[in-house]
Design a protein around this ligand. Structure first.
Ligand code: 13P
Length: 255
């Protein structure tokens, strides 16, 4: 089996007005025009998805939604469906980010509904899991990851799993400037692979790509991406800065 291309996703969170988002997208298209052997995805806020999609059309960049509602349409004021997001060009969607779980009460059950919808729509779900600092300190990391995975991936087949991306984003590393060490990430990525295979009984070839996210920047990306267990990175703050994001992309290219 050939190794998947390294995957670098920039999660812009609630940042950038349309003009800034378009400028960043144009710069990235330009920078990536001569690059091969990597997959780069950007997740702008909803308001910029459509114009950014026009800019990155036929480029090496793909588009992700940061969130969506699991129903396709109906009386759900304020929500956006995956069908709508796919319609504007999203091939990826983040699901269960810790900021959504923590600040908006997103449950594992809602995450599961979203993942199943993504599978059905042919959109690559990037399923985020990760423990809090307290959970890590009390030795609960593996239990937390196993619970999040088993609930979030309930009802999926091995084939579904092979199309997913799982992002290990320890809550204590997201937006804190404190990143997990490569050794800590490798341990959890191995744990995730073991859980998928042995606890959830997905066949070995149903290998989801597994990313790390949490204070990834140019200064630590090389060390992280050098590890065979780490298939890519999910980048927050550093993806808002063109040169920093490009430096991370370069680390992935060198890996
Ligand atoms: P930071 O890189 O800002 O820590 O954010 C990580 C993240 O939440 C990506 O989804």
């Amino acid at each position: 089996m050939t190794a998947p291309l390294p995957l670098v996703i920039g999660n812009w969170k609630m940042n950038m007005l349309t003009a800034q988002a378009c400028e960043m997208a144009r710069s990235l298209v330009d920078r990536l025009s001569t690059v091969d052997g990597i997959e780069v995805v950007i997740a702008p806020p909803f308001t910029s998805l459509h114009p950014v999609a026009q800019i990155i059309k036929n480029s090496r960049l793909s588009l992700a939604a940061q969130n969506f509602y699991f129903e396709n349409n109906g009386a759900y004021t304020g929500e956006v469906s995956l069908e709508m997001l796919r319609d504007v060009g999203c091939d990826f969607a983040l699901v269960g980010h810790s900021e959504r779980r923590g600040s908006f009460g997103e449950s594992d059950d809602a995450v599961n509904k979203k993942v199943r919808r993504a599978v059905q729509m042919g959109v690559t779900a990037v399923v985020c899991v990760g423990e809090t600092l307290g959970q890590r300190k009390s030795g609960a990391t593996s239990n937390i990851i196993e619970t999040q995975l088993s609930k979030s991936l309930a009802g999926l087949s091995g084939e579904d799993i092979s199309k997913l991306v799982i992002a290990y984003e320890p809550v204590w590393a997201v937006g804190t400037g404190v990143h997990a060490t490569a050794a800590q990430v490798v341990d959890v990525h191995k744990l995730i692979r073991m859980i998928l295979r042995e606890r959830l009984s997905f066949p070995e070839k149903a290998a989801a790509r597994i990313l790390y996210g949490g204070s990834v920047g140019p200064e630590n990306s090389k060390q992280l991406l050098r590890e065979k267990q780490i298939d890519g990175v999910l980048v927050g703050a550093a993806s808002l800065d063109f040169e920093s994001f490009c430096a991370i992309i370069n680390s992935a290219l060198e890996s």
